[in-house]
Design a protein around this ligand. Structure first.
Ligand SMILES: Cc1cc2nc3c(=O)[nH]c(=O)nc-3n(C[C@H](O)[C@H](O)[C@H](O)COP(=O)(O)O)c2cc1C
Length: 334
């Protein structure tokens, strides 16, 4: 169903709920409910979507993110069976084989739903293609905001290499989506030129009022410039509340915070955790601007391209329009 796929989607756990998913899907993108730990919360989001959007081929026109390393499948499966989302998005398994187990279970309860898996390497793309036969793979580059792969590459080199390797192994028909640093039309057009059939944007939607976000976090997103300098990938962000529960290959990209700066200067993790917990109790939630604040503020390197708060539908429409303009302008320059 590649031709039915929206060319634009998003995925952000804890921030992308029903309101954002509805707005994005209504505008012609694919809205997604980001991974949540509580399946009652997921059911509430999906119920809201079900009341707001017509089903398409009996499927809810949104995606649902699951984190295989932590999701309790016995709780998730009945929710997926009941609501039948168009897409189930998998990211972060302890072992690559876990994707195959999840995929099999999901396909049993909701055979019409597509399975999309987000990967960050050629090896993972090949293994998952073979073991899961996913309906699409999302190639995540190192610029991505939020959780991603500690060892990675930008999509400029990663996406074509994944594409070539899949084609050589007989999996060339699996559609590829691109994510990581795509914030507006120029990045999206570049991803399409690389061979992507769709783009996934997270950070850009942090500027949308439909996204659940602390107001200071949103201000920090709008204020941040020069994303390569003022965001950073680190495991520290998963160690702030206690020992890191994420599997070894993962870390996350956040705006640089005081927690990170002190960690880089050699402060002890116990003290960083204590100050983080204390800051989190304050009215500002530990969020801050200009390198201040102690709570992680997930954001990709494209954050400096975000100029203002903007409704999600406008973002979808604007980026779509820009992609066509950029590609036409580029062609006329050749
Ligand atoms: C705030 C935030 C939360 C995220 N949460 C998730 C998540 O729960 N599951 C997931 O697969 N990816 C998550 N991601 C990563 C996205 O899937 C995607 O790879 C990333 O947003 C793309 O890069 P960009 O942020 O530069 O657009 C998150 C990203 C952000 C910014």
């Amino acid at each position: 169903m590649a031709s039915d796929l929206s060319p634009m989607g998003l995925q952000m756990g804890g921030h992308a709920g029903a309101d954002l998913a509805i707005a994005v899907s209504r505008a012609g993108g694919l809205g997604q409910i980001g991974a949540v730990f509580d399946m009652v919360e997921l059911a509430n989001h999906l119920s809201k979507v079900d009341s707001a959007l017509p089903r398409h081929n009996d499927l809810l026109p949104v995606g649902v993110g699951l984190l295989p390393f932590i999701v309790k499948m016995d709780e998730a499966l009945p929710v997926l069976e009941k609501y039948r989302p168009a897409v189930v998005w998998l990211f972060a398994a302890k072992e690559l084989e876990d994707y195959a187990r999840c995929t099999e279970q999901i396909r049993k309860v909701t055979p019409g739903s597509q399975i999309w898996v987000q990967i960050g390497s050629v090896a993972a793309a090949l293994a998952i293609a073979e073991q899961c036969k996913p309906d699409a793979l999302c190639v995540q580059g190192i610029d991505a905001g939020g959780h991603g792969f500690e060892k990675g590459a930008g999509i400029v080199s990663l996406l074509p290499e994944v594409s070539d390797a899949l084609a050589a192994a007989g999996y060339g028909s699996i559609p590829l989506l691109a994510s990581g640093g795509i914030t507006e039309g120029r990045g999206a057009a570049a991803a399409f030129a690389l061979g992507a059939q769709g783009v996934v944007m997270g950070t850009r939607f942090l500027s949308a009022p439909e996204t659940q976000l602390h107001p200071i976090y949103r201000k920090a997103i709008l204020a941040a410039k020069d994303g390569g300098q003022n965001t950073v990938r680190a495991k520290l962000f998963d160690e702030l509340r206690g020992p890191n529960i994420w599997p070894l290959p993962y870390d996350g990209r956040s705006i640089v915070t005081e927690s990170f700066t002190e960690h880089a200067d050699g402060a002890a993790i116990g003290e960083i955790r204590r100050l983080h917990a204390e800051a989190g109790k304050a009215e500002d939630g530990g969020y801050g601007l200009d390198g201040k604040g102690r709570t992680a503020m997930w954001a990709g390197t494209g954050v400096g391209l975000i100029k203002s708060e903007q409704p999600a539908a406008e973002i979808v429409e604007e980026v779509r329009r820009q992609v066509i303009e950029v590609l036409e302008r580029t062609r006329s320059r050749l």
